[in-house]
Design a protein around this ligand. Structure first.
Ligand code: HEC
Ligand code: HEC
Length: 272
């Protein structure tokens, strides 16, 4: 496309103006050169305010375009509509970028897109009573060990799905890992269905994780200590492994390890 400077400027002002809303418009925008009026910067943090978990889960369920987009887009959109002082800034975030996370990063079966979205989101949230990292840990551990997606009546109705569609899920299952690969393959074994039939199951998994995330963020906002909740941290066994395989000072000649993933999923452990 051939676009002169003036055309480009009009486009930028037009696009960012719509997204940013009225209060960011005005003389500062008119004075802009090539840059949009507002663009999130590295290390910049935006204010979270408590959201309705079910409304967020429902938006995640309806959003489509892959699990990472569903979770990232739904929470960012809810924050853009909220009374956060940064609502207008949330509205400028191009959530479409998150679509790459489908099926474990563009189909590679690595990190589950729901968790990738949670990392992407929480990383730009301003400090919530010192609980941001604990929220990440708790969501990752929850995803690892819980039987998902939720299919109870209240949740199915809450996200606007139906009991008939529950049949398409086949079965709920535990991922046992943060990987899309193990999540899908354990589900396939439990349900007898192939990857290509994962549609409803994964839409609901994203709705479930959006709910879990918002509920945890709300609790953090109220000042609860997330790490002290049951199952919110690494298991006792993993804690032991991390003591010798520490990230800063490993017991020689043990290799240094930096992960909170459940060790026993992949390693048998040598002394046990
Ligand atoms: C008491 C300290 C200690 C604990 C606890 C510990 N490790 Fe190790 N680990 C070591 C040391 C030391 C080595 C290096 C051994 C060597 O090179 O001969 C090692 C080596 C390893 C290796 C390299 C391969 C091997 O078996 O030598 C793996 C994998 C490993 N540990 C995983 C684990 C896991 C998983 C756990 C928890 C279930 C764990 N470790 C707990 C000290 C520990
Ligand atoms: C998703 C699977 C997975 C998980 C979970 C995992 N690891 Fe590993 N780990 C690996 C792989 C794969 C390697 C590389 C093995 C190789 O190259 O032979 C590795 C390498 C290692 C090594 C170095 C191996 C060596 O031979 O010296 C250690 C030590 C280790 N892991 C410890 C841990 C500990 C401790 C945890 C939990 C805190 C953990 N790992 C969690 C997959 C995993």
């Amino acid at each position: 496309m051939n676009m002169n400077r003036r055309g480009a400027l009009q486009r930028i002002v037009g696009i960012s103006g719509i997204a940013a809303g009225a209060t960011l418009m005005g003389s500062s925008v008119m004075a802009a050169t090539q840059e949009p009026a507002y663009k999130l910067q590295p290390k910049e943090k935006l204010k979270y305010v408590p959201l309705d978990p079910m409304a967020t889960a429902r938006l995640a369920y309806e959003s489509g375009n892959g699990c990472m987009y569903q979770v990232f887009h739904s929470v960012v959109t809810m924050l853009a509509r909220s009374n956060s002082v940064d609502a207008e800034k949330f509205a400028t975030i191009p959530t479409a970028l998150a679509a790459y996370g489908f099926a474990g990063v563009v189909g590679q079966g690595t990190i589950c897109g729901n968790l990738n979205a949670i990392g992407m989101l929480v990383n730009i949230l301003d400090d919530i009573n010192g609980q941001n990292n604990a929220v990440i840990d708790a969501t990752f551990r929850y995803y690892e060990h819980e039987t998902l997606p939720w299919s109870n009546k209240e949740f199915v109705e809450g996200i606007g799905s139906t009991e008939e569609k529950t049949a398409l899920v086949g079965a709920s299952s535990a991922a046992n890992s943060i990987l899309c690969h193990s999540s899908i393959s354990n589900w396939s074994r439990a349900s007898g269905l192939p990857f290509s039939k994962k549609g409803e199951r994964c839409y609901r998994l994203s709705a479930t994780m959006a709910y879990v995330l918002v509920e945890l963020l709300n609790k953090a906002y109220e000042g609860q200590q997330i790490a002290e909740m049951d199952g919110a941290g690494v298991s006792e066994l993993t804690k032991q492994c991390q003591m010798c395989h520490s990230s800063s000072d490993p017991m020689t000649p043990a290799a240094s390890v930096k992960t909170n993933m459940e060790c026993k999923t992949c390693h048998t452990g040598h002394f046990f």
